[in-house]
Design a protein around this ligand. Sequence first.
Ligand code: ATP
Length: 235
Amino acid sequence: MLSIRSINVFYGAIHALKDVSVEVEQGEIVAIIGSNGAGKSTLLRTISGLLRPRTGEIDFKGSPIHTVPAHEIVNLGISHSPEGRRIFTNMSVQENLQLGAFTRAKGDPEIEADMEKALTRFPRLRERFKQNAGTLSGGEQQMLAIGRALMSRPSLLLLDEPSLGLAPNLVAEIFNIVLDLNKEGCTVLLVEQNANRALEVAHRAYVLETGTIVLSDTGKALLANPKVKEAYLGG
Ligand code: ATP
């Protein structure tokens, strides 16, 4: 579904991704794990067209997307829930969800149906529908960020650190939501510092270190890998 071949991405002189290649098959949950500054967010931003690779290619469903504008990439079926959630805190929950559908035709009757689906999936958002998003708790804001990303009807969902800063019970809830979305047919590329949980839910995963992929295997195999255990799973 997604084929990233040997991309190099820079911020000015900083070489953030070095010859990175990643494959995601339809129906998979694929995780990218790595420590702070490894380049995980940079990878997702490059897939969604916010950054451009200097060299290398990205294909989605067989067509190149690394030169396609970001809003068109959303229309092709890739949606990005960014690190830090980036919700609009002075807008209501309803308005944030509506913004997730901004690339769809105005008045599309199915937008309402998808909003209803999001509110059924995240009942707390229904309770807070007219409230400013800035008044939501961290976990609720994360649910809003995921709900907003789903409003473009993605076939591939990019999730950046969905569990960051959340209490353990909410972390479990977020990972259950990821599993549910995947069961419903959504392919997921997940970036996480919470390597344990990410490797438990992922079919396959890649380890990114200072801009380079150093390992890739099934989630299960990486959980058992001594190097991964020592570096990312707390020994
Ligand atoms: P974190 O979880 O801390 O965000 P990450 O693995 O997502 O880590 P990135 O945010 O992708 O890492 O950063 C990769 C590298 O690129 C780091 O060296 C970082 O300092 C650098 N970088 C990221 N964003 C920018 C930017 N806007 N300008 C310059 N350098 C940047």
